[in-house]
Design a protein around this ligand. Structure first.
Ligand SMILES: NC(=O)C1=CN([C@@H]2O[C@H](COP(=O)(O)OP(=O)(O)OC[C@H]3O[C@@H](n4cnc5c(N)ncnc54)[C@H](OP(=O)(O)O)[C@@H]3O)[C@@H](O)[C@H]2O)C=CC1
Ligand SMILES: CC(=O)N[C@@H](CCC(=O)OP(=O)(O)O)C(=O)O
Length: 362
């Protein structure tokens, strides 16, 4: 489907009762070219949207249907905001000309072996990857960006939220060949909404409030193969990444600190300007990814509610490493906002339609 400026695409959302589905609906309700159609859920089927997401006022009276191919039929766009493993079977039954965006992981990885290793189930296949800013590079030169692949796409695999933050932070240096992709370290502070709405025993408020807690430590997190895949597209021949997320007592947001060893031949004592120039050039024309002015460091609060990634970069000369810090709202640029951005590209709309760049402060 290619949209004219007065048309509205009808969008169905499966998993509307969850955090990701709810956030997509917040954006869709204010999107000039979308009309919200069927909404579905699993254990909450039969409930009104307003009983689950009271903040979504204009859709409060909508009733959630059980998730089925029949309920999702007859729409221009279908958004799948379902747990891992639940979207493959449904997506396979949707018509080829319907735009389907999968907010879960099922269609992100191109390698069946990597999928099976980290998810432990059969691979559903891979779709065009929904990170428009992903750099395509080889031999130290940028050859394109992922948005070129997304124009007119009818299937989009929306990236993981941690993946978005780490990829955006590191990829300029990888694409330019000025850092060693074989020596990457990322440590993240993560808001609790990233884990979804379903009750999990490690998320008891009494234990979460006032405490920071690492999880998926020791190279086990499912986002590691996805980051490796992205950095390979950005020109890395071999990626070694140590990745450690940490839950911190906030509802939303990711602050990803990712570091990389400077490539041999670059003098850490004098590399700062050249490094900054690489990050500046990578994002100079991006509407949603911004390198902050020198000396200003991103915080998660600056990105809340916005489809923005804020980045800063510095050289730790003594350690010989480039240090990047990236802040995003996990539910916006990390999920639903990124999905809308890809949806806009797929439908031939302005990439920025229905999205804001301003965060909420204080
Ligand atoms: N939260 C985040 O920041 C991000 C989430 N994602 C991905 O988005 C997807 C949704 O995540 P999120 O919204 O956080 O999770 P939630 O737990 O908040 O929501 C899950 C949704 O899926 C439905 N559901 C649960 N089990 C099944 C099932 N067996 N079959 C069909 N539907 C089911 C739920 O319905 P009901 O409530 O009625 O049971 C609910 O609507 C996941 O794949 C997640 O990894 C991606 C990036 C970031
Ligand atoms: C805090 C928290 O648990 N966050 C989730 C990120 C959710 C996400 O990005 O979803 P996908 O699993 O679909 O990629 C995690 O780290 O697994």
């Amino acid at each position: 489907m290619h949209m004219t400026s007065t048309q509205r695409a009808r969008v169905a959302v499966a998993g509307a009762s969850g955090y990701a589905g709810g956030e997509f609906l917040r954006l869709a309700a204010n999107h000039p070219h979308l009309a919200v159609g069927a909404l579905t859920a699993h254990s909450n089927a039969g409930a009104s949207l307003g009983s689950l997401h009271p903040h979504l006022r204009s859709l409060a009276d909508r009733v959630l249907a059980p998730t089925s191919v029949e309920a999702l039929a007859g729409h221009d766009v279908v958004v799948l905001a379902l747990p891992h493993g639940a979207s493959g079977a449904i997506a396979a039954q949707l018509p080829d000309d319907v735009l389907v965006l999968d907010l879960g992981a099922d269609h992100r990885l191109t390698s069946p072996a990597a999928w099976e290793q980290f998810y432990g189930s059969p691979h559903a296949g891979s779709w065009p990857y929904g990170l428009p800013e992903l750099l395509h590079a080889s031999g130290g030169a940028v050859t394109g960006r992922q948005r070129d692949v997304l124009h007119g796409a009818t299937r989009v695999a929306v990236p993981g939220c941690n993946v978005t933050a780490v990829t955006l932070g590191l990829q300029p240096g990888v694409a330019a060949g000025i850092v060693e992709a074989r020596d990457l370290v990322a440590v993240l502070a993560n808001g609790y909404s990233g884990a979804g709405k379903a009750l999990k025993t490690h998320l008891l408020a009494s234990e979460a409030l006032g405490s920071a807690a690492p999880y998926a430590v020791g190279g086990t997190h499912r986002h590691i193969p996805e980051i490796r895949q992205n950095l390979a597209v950005a020109g890395a021949e071999d990626v070694t990444l140590s990745f450690t997320p940490t839950l911190v007592p906030m509802a939303r947001g990711i602050l990803a600190t990712a570091t990389a060893r400077l490539a041999p031949g670059l003098d850490p004592a004098t590399a700062a300007d050249a490094v900054r120039d690489v990050w500046e050039r990578a994002y100079a024309d991006e509407p949603f990814v911004h390198l902050l002015p020198e000396g200003q460091w991103p915080t998660t609060a600056m990105t809340l509610g916005a489809n923005t990634a804020l980045i800063q970069v510095a050289v730790d000369a003594a350690a010989g490493r480039v240090v990047t810090v990236t802040a995003i709202d996990n539910l916006v640029k990390g999920t639903a906002g990124g999905a809308v951005q890809s949806l806009n590209l797929a439908l031939g709309l302005p990439e920025t339609a229905g999205l804001i760049t301003e965060g909420v402060a204080p």
